[in-house]
Design a binder for this molecule. Structure first.
Ligand code: 0RA
Length: 676
């Protein structure tokens, strides 16, 4: 916060560190602190440490944060903040450093004026990271000295010691996640890169550097720095789209009344949908919240005021509605406040009412001035909104006609839907299956009582560009809507949902991914409630069938396959014949296996068959591997997943190569050393 720098800086020492409790609860119930022990929770550890570095940077201490993926599986986060204090706490007789790293919620963050929160949803403290790390080393530069302390699973290996002299200040935390806690301790490069890019947009002026040193000899480095803050973010989101005006609206201001930083960027495109991304203290709020409400009311008000004042809409005309002004809108809203309150299903909806007031005031005033000062841009925006209003009226009329014809009344379930016999939504689920042949297997293999199958023919309509009225004439989409029973648009009613689970089942190839993305885009844009309330799933068919002697095992990843082969072969190296096509697998009977050097040993035979498509499985196999509710694995789709699919759609899936090229080029610019 800008004001923070000017505010009196209290002497920060061990005294201000308040202590709530020890770390045992963290190891006992890690999920309570980091959400899960899966990949998301694992990456949460990094965000947690980085949040502390961001806090320092945003308070004006240090503008470069470096993340290093080390070859031993550990991660280092280095900042140039004030450094964690190392003096001894009078009451606890321990260094502040040790307290920060071993006591839950000890970080000064809860101690009043000394420190402020960037986290909120994160913000559980570095001690949580320490508790869940098999090794953690803290190095601090402070008052001319270099300090160091090491821990294992949250327990200090020794007291903090000074290891030499140092120039400047800062903290480096190096940690290695505990493999007995996490399902996997392998970090995902793309997850990290995406997070860093987003954080760089949200904290302008801060350099974020990533070194990937995991592979000796092929180390790579990336750097992100965006001078334009969220305006750069909007430019990024609008890549590949035709924009309505070239000047991106941008405001960044501290609201004195509410003591809040407000940053908003806006640009209209020729698309029909709205892309809005809200953040509070750098945390994404997929469900929006008070900042979004403030933004929306100011946007509608200012555009109506301007349109009337300049005669774009006449006395007798009705006002532009919220929906009219949101078509084609791309915006990023970011607020930074002292005590964010998160609500909603995913705990990611901002609840602070003052955020509404602050955004409404700051954005409203700046946007009014922008419209006045950029009449050409204003005219283009208003023109688009007026057109949206007209189109909406036309669409309403068209939809009413469609509805009157009873097309969506649920009276006529689509012919190709094989419905389940249960009429209880709680017990019912629907598989959306790619292609007729897979649909056939699914229909035969399913549990008729509770599982409905809807095969989709061909590529469904690219809903991104389609308007609701046009969508409603698309057979595939109509089938989906009728099958769901919820209706769509203003008539959407989740209480009429006919299936508790909607499961997307596509092939594990590029076409499958395309259809899945299309469906996710459709759900994100037109059925967001289904996603938010956890009704959408992705089936996970196996990648391979491994046959050792007579025993068949289905495996779902390459790691699993390798582990299984190792297990079957008893740890010895074996040569395994992998067969790509199912037909070939039959011809080849069983792949020959050579066990290491010693061929005299009793020969075990391993045959691996890779599945290309669902259609290659017979009904029993499909049931057994993918549809049996007692054994299947499915991925729950979050609104975040759907938003990502939506965002990526244009850029990566579009038939047009130009935006894709541009995407790669612009990203190359933000990267110091693109070495992939
Ligand atoms: C407690 C108090 C102060 C800073 C920090 C903790 C701190 C923690 C981390 C974790 C990673 N990097 C960090 N940098 C700082 C305030 C120190 C002061 O007022 O001098």
């Amino acid at each position: 916060m800008a004001a923070e720098k000017e505010a009196k800086k209290p002497e920060y020492g061990a005294k201000q560190i308040t202590v709530l409790e020890g770390l045992e609860p963290v190891r006992k119930r890690p999920g309570m602190y980091i959400g899960s022990t899966g990949p998301t929770g694992l990456h949460h550890l990094i965000w947690e440490v980085m949040d502390n570095s961001f806090d320092e940077a945003m308070a004006g201490y240090g503008n470069e944060i470096t993340l290093t993926l080390n070859s031993d599986g550990s991660i280092s986060v280095e900042d140039h903040g004030r450094g964690i204090p190392v003096d001894i706490h009078p009451q606890y007789k321990k260094s502040a450093l040790e307290l920060v790293l071993t006591k839950l919620h000890a970080g000064g963050k809860f101690g009043g004026e000394g420190y402020k929160v960037s986290g909120g949803l994160h913000g559980v403290g570095v001690s949580v990271v320490n508790a869940l790390s098999i090794d953690l080393k803290a190095e601090v530069k402070r008052e001319g000295k270099l300090w160091m302390q090491e821990f294992s699973r949250g327990i200090p290996r020794a007291k903090v010691i000074s290891t030499g002299t140092a120039r400047g200040t800062g903290t480096t935390i190096t940690f290695k996640p505990d493999p007995t806690i996490f399902e996997t301790v392998e970090f995902n490069f793309k997850t990290i890169i995406d997070h860093l890019r987003q954080q760089a947009y949200l904290t302008k002026g801060i350099h974020l550097i990533l070194h990937d040193k995991r592979e000796k000899g092929s180390e790579t480095s990336f750097a992100f720095y965006f001078e334009g803050g969220v305006a750069s973010y909007v430019a990024h989101l609008n890549h590949g789209k035709v924009t309505k005006h070239s000047n991106i609206f941008y405001v960044s201001k501290h609201s004195e009344d509410t003591d809040m930083d407000v940053e908003v960027a806006v640009q209209y495109t020729e698309e029909y949908y709205e892309s809005v991304f809200c953040f509070a203290n750098n945390i994404y709020n997929p469900e929006g919240g008070m900042h979004l409400m403030g933004f929306r009311s100011a946007l509608t008000r200012e555009l109506n005021n301007y349109a009337r004042a300049k005669g774009f809409i006449k006395e007798k005309d009705t006002n532009l509605t919220g929906e009219d002004v949101r078509e084609g809108l791309t915006s990023v809203i970011s607020v930074k406040l002292r005590e964010p309150q998160f609500e909603g299903q995913t705990k990611a909806k901002l609840g602070n009412p003052e955020a509404r007031t602050a955004v409404e005031a700051v954005f409203g005033e700046a946007f009014r001035i922008y419209l006045e000062e950029h009449p050409a841009d204003a005219e283009a925006i208003i023109g688009k909104c007026v057109l949206s209003a007209q189109a909406r009226a036309a669409a309403r009329a068209a939809r009413e006609t469609v509805l009157r014809k009873g097309v969506l009344e649920g009276l006529t379930l689509p012919g190709k839907l094989a419905d389940c016999s249960s009429k209880d939504p709680e017990r019912s689920e629907i598989y959306i299956v790619e292609g007729d042949s897979a649909g056939g297997s699914a229909k035969q293999g399913r549990d008729r009582e509770t599982q409905a199958i809807l095969p989709l023919r061909g590529k469904i309509l690219n809903v991104e560009r389609a308007r609701l009225d046009k969508m409603l004439v698309n057979t595939e989409i109509k089938s989906l809507i009728i099958a769901f029973g919820t209706n769509i648009g203003e008539a959407f009613d989740i209480t009429s949902l006919r299936y508790k689970r909607i499961i997307i089942m596509t092939d594990a190839d590029v076409d499958g991914a395309h259809i899945r993305t299309l469906l996710l885009t459709l759900f994100y844009r037109h059925f967001p409630e289904l996603v938010k309330q956890g009704h959408i799933f992705i089936a996970q068919p196996p990648l391979y069938r491994v046959m050792a002697g007579k025993k068949i095992t289905w495996v779902y990843s390459d790691e699993e396959k390798n582990a299984l082969v190792k297990e079957i072969s008893g740890g010895k190296d074996v040569v395994v014949e992998e067969i790509e096509e199912a037909e070939e697998a039959e011809e080849a009977e069983v792949g020959e296996v050579v066990e290491g050097e010693d061929k005299a040993v009793k020969s075990s035979r391993i045959n691996i068959q890779r599945f290309k498509g669902l259609g290659e499985m017979n009904p029993e196999q499909l049931w057994e591997t993918t549809m049996d509710p007692t054994t299947r694995v499915m991925k729950l789709v979050t609104i975040d997943d759907a938003a990502k699919a939506d965002e990526m759609f244009d850029v990566l899936m579009g038939s047009d190569v130009a935006p894709r090229k541009r995407f790669i080029q612009t990203h190359a610019k933000s990267v110091r050393n693109l070495d992939i």
